[in-house]
Design a protein around this ligand. Structure first.
Ligand code: KG4
Length: 340
């Protein structure tokens, strides 16, 4: 009998449901929440309310696109954390209720693990390149900036992480302060393509080991723009492409510096990226170029699997399910990685 898993993701501002059969993706539905745009960032209370509105239609749509009836499901995988507690509560409660109603097991998934396994989402009729274990994943999103060693689908170790802001936050906060819009990553990425990346320099962090820091460079950019605007109020408008290109290059330099160090320290040459910021075209180009120079095998997940989605939760849940893991119904969501 086929193993059919419904995946549910609700850790931040995307409500998503996906169905996989024996490891192959049948459907992946994502409802993004526009309600946060007016605030220039995710408002947790609004996010959880939007999840409540979205979850039933999103799950129904995922099942109907997959051509799967609820009673055909083998298990329900859901994101337990880390993320926004109110948002996680919606997905977790829904998974429990549906599991109970259908009398099928539920399987909790660590959101990070979903991102780490994004390269293993198989689709019928599509060739997919999967990294071999162990590999390193540069996990970069609105909430994470980590270098992770993945030993097998169920085991990973964080080798380095940000000690303050995530790199996606640096993109988003700087874009907001410069009046360029939200979310900042895609806006800066687009403008950066039109600018000179070597025109401006920003402060470089000095952090021990494989850890990152992005709050200094963020402040450096904001002070620089403020000082220049005091001299010429048109400065931003005239130079936004060069500012974005130089800022993006500085962020990529920081990310790559530690990734290269991690590859040297571990001797691992299988390199993947994941998380929303891995959609960045400058970062994707640079990983491929560095990889070619250093003899790495690089794996870039498809754009649709880089940002938050339930397909990655379903595939991670599938591996836990095959390993015999089952989650009790009294499970509670957790907001932090350390509580997992
Ligand atoms: O993984 P994700 O969807 O969820 C969170 O962890 O929040 O990542 C969202 C982040 C945001 O910070 C967004 O600005 C960033 O990913 N992002 C990008 C790009 N597309 C999305 N950052 C840089 N370049 C992009 N093209």
């Amino acid at each position: 009998m086929a193993d059919i898993i419904l995946g549910i993701e609700s850790s931040c501002d995307d409500t998503s449901a996906a169905v996989i059969r024996d490891g192959y993706l049948l459907s992946n539905v994502i409802a993004s929440q526009d309600v946060h745009k007016a605030y220039g960032g995710v408002v947790p209370e609004l996010a959880s309310r939007a999840h409540e509105l979205n979850i039933v239609p999103v799950v129904s749509e995922a099942l109907s696109r997959a051509g799967v009836k609820p009673e055909e499901l083998s298990a329900i995988a859901f994101t337990r954390g880390p993320g926004l507690l109110g948002s996680l509560l919606v997905g977790t409660s829904f998974a429990k209720a549906m599991g109970l109603a259908l009398d099928i097991p539920i399987v909790m998934v660590n959101h990070l693990q979903g991102h780490l396994l994004a390269n293993f989402i198989r689709e019928e009729g599509k060739a997919v390149r999967e990294p071999s274990f162990p590999y390193l994943c540069l996990l970069v999103s609105g909430g994470n900036s980590q270098i992770v060693r993945v030993d097998d689908p169920l085991h990973f170790e964080i080798l380095g992480q940000t000690i303050d802001d995530a790199v996606g936050e640096a993109f988003d906060k700087c874009s907001k302060m410069m009046g360029l819009g939200y979310p900042g990553g895609p806006v800066i990425d687009r403008l950066a393509k039109l600018g000179d990346e070597n025109r401006f320099q920003f402060a470089k962090p000095r952090v021990e080991g494989l850890n990152y820091s992005f709050s200094g460079i963020k402040t450096s950019l904001l002070y620089f723009v403020r000082d220049e605007m005091a001299k010429d109020p048109q400065f931003m408008e005239k130079n936004k492409e060069d500012i974005c290109a130089s800022f993006q290059k500085a962020l990529i330099d920081i990310l790559m510096g530690k990734l290269i160090k991690a590859a040297k320290q571990t001797g691992i040459r299988e390199i993947t990226i994941g998380g929303g910021v891995s959609a960045n075209s400058g970062l994707r180009d640079r990983i491929v170029k560095e990889g070619a120079k250093r003899g790495w095998n690089t794996y870039l997940p498809e754009f649709k699997f880089t940002t938050d989605n339930a397909a990655m939760i379903a595939i991670a849940g599938y591996h836990h399910y095959l390993a015999g893991e089952r989650t009790p119904l009294d499970v509670a969501p957790v907001s932090r990685m350390s509580d997992f």
